[in-house]
Design a protein around this ligand. Structure first.
Ligand SMILES: *[C@@H]1O[C@H](CO)[C@@H](O)[C@H](O)[C@H]1NC(C)=O
Length: 382
């Protein structure tokens, strides 16, 4: 049964060291087993395949245990436990465990075609409408570039006035840098894979420097540049404009389609969503000196300069952004280390639970583009 081999430790070839070790591609799932180790994060997930993809996209997840819909542990059903440092495997009915597919060259935008009957994905709504059936709701979702997943209430839904209601839902599909900190001697940047070929109708990104747009923000993130903040605003269905503070790297997204009041403010950059344009990822070309994209480490290696680190990030299929320790950094022992980093871009519902006469699923947008429709996982049948 346990034929997989997981090697950890430091592997150094010439001057290239891979800190996180080498994982063999092992897509096998084990039912009614809980793999114990260090917990990283607990995420809602509708099935074990989605859970395995979450582990695959998480920078340091090595394996996972998924609490299935049939588990007697009602409170933890539909939860995906991402873990590292396998300690032991124990018998646990209702739990399926397996490993990250990082070593299996997974599709970064996998096709999620499974439908979930009697299941609700709650939260993250940006729009609702009425459709005649769940197929139409899924079609609307697939055709709307913002939509990542949906929940539909069918004609038997308990509350009569919500029957035929289609909820369109969003979560981030472009990489986010979880922490951005000032740190002199470091250079941070992004994988050049993120830069798609220049679309024909891309429009100029207009930024208002030393200007603030007033009003409350709906959410905030950390980004190293106003351009990345602009890209996040553009990608979000509920962002009309943003304000970026270069002092603490905070990117404030605001949502007011009625008015826009601007005033002068030093050190602040503002801009409006370019959702009417084709997305361009020029923000990813820029590297920033004196900034650390703290945490989210996927791997580390040695590189001669920031360009070499960026190349390593671009060549690594999982790397989205990096931080490089230059030779001016105070601690000599850390100089030349290139940290490769990543974040989850898979659709993740806020919560997954049983709900009679609800049907949930994902946008099929990536299915049309992807050549391999689904990650084939042997032994996943019940
Ligand atoms: C409504 O949804 C439930 C759960 O998905 C399903 O069992 C039921 O057959 C559906 N009802 C109709 C009339 O389609």
């Amino acid at each position: 049964m346990d034929t997989h081999v997981v090697l950890f430790g430091l592997l150094c070839l010439f001057d290239l060291c891979i800190g996180q070790g080498v994982l063999r591609c092992n897509p096998e799932l084990q039912e009614n087993r809980d793999y114990l180790g260090k917990n990283i994060i607990l995420l809602p997930s509708p099935d074990v395949n989605h859970c395995q993809l979450l582990c695959t996209q998480h920078p340091n997840c090595q394996f996972f245990s998924y609490v299935r819909a049939d588990s007697s542990d009602e409170a933890n059903r539909f939860h995906c436990n991402l873990r590292t440092g396998l300690r032991k495997k124990v018998k646990q009915p209702g739990v399926t465990s397996g490993f990250s597919l990082k070593a299996c060259s997974p599709d970064p935008e996998p096709c999620l075609s499974q439908l979930y009957h009697g299941v609700s994905f709650s939260g993250a709504d940006y729009q609702t409408l009425f459709t005649s059936d769940y197929e139409s709701c899924q079609r609307v979702c697939t055709n709307d570039p913002y939509c990542r997943f949906f929940t539909f209430f069918n004609e038997s839904f308990e509350t009569a006035k919500y029957r035929y209601k289609c909820h369109l839902k969003y979560n981030w599909n472009i990489p986010r840098t979880p922490f951005v900190k000032k740190l002199s001697g470091l250079v941070s940047g992004y994988s050049q894979k993120l830069i798609i070929a220049q679309p024909v109708t891309a429009c100029e990104v207009q930024l208002f420097t030393n200007a603030e747009i007033l009003g409350n923000h709906t959410r905030h993130l950390l980004t190293a540049s106003p351009e990345h903040c602009h890209a996040l605003c553009t990608a979000h269905p509920q962002c009309t404009y943003f304000v970026y503070d270069s002092e603490d790297y905070k990117c404030y997204l605001k949502d007011d389609p009625n008015e826009m009041v601007m005033r002068a403010k030093d050190g602040v950059t503002s801009g409006i969503s370019a959702s009417f344009c084709q997305h361009e990822n020029n923000w990813a070309k820029k590297t920033t000196a004196g900034v650390d994209f703290w945490g989210a480490d996927l791997d580390d290696l040695l590189a001669d300069d920031a360009e070499g680190c960026q190349r390593a990030c671009t060549e690594n299929p999982h790397c989205q952004f990096f931080s490089y320790v230059t030779k001016t950094f105070s601690n000599r022992n850390l100089r030349r280390i290139c940290y490769l980093k990543s974040s989850i871009t898979l659709p993740v519902p806020y919560d997954v639970s049983n709900l009679a006469n609800a049907v949930s699923g994902f946008s099929l947008r990536s299915c049309a583009l992807s050549t391999i429709p689904e990650v084939q996982v042997p032994g996943s049948s019940t």
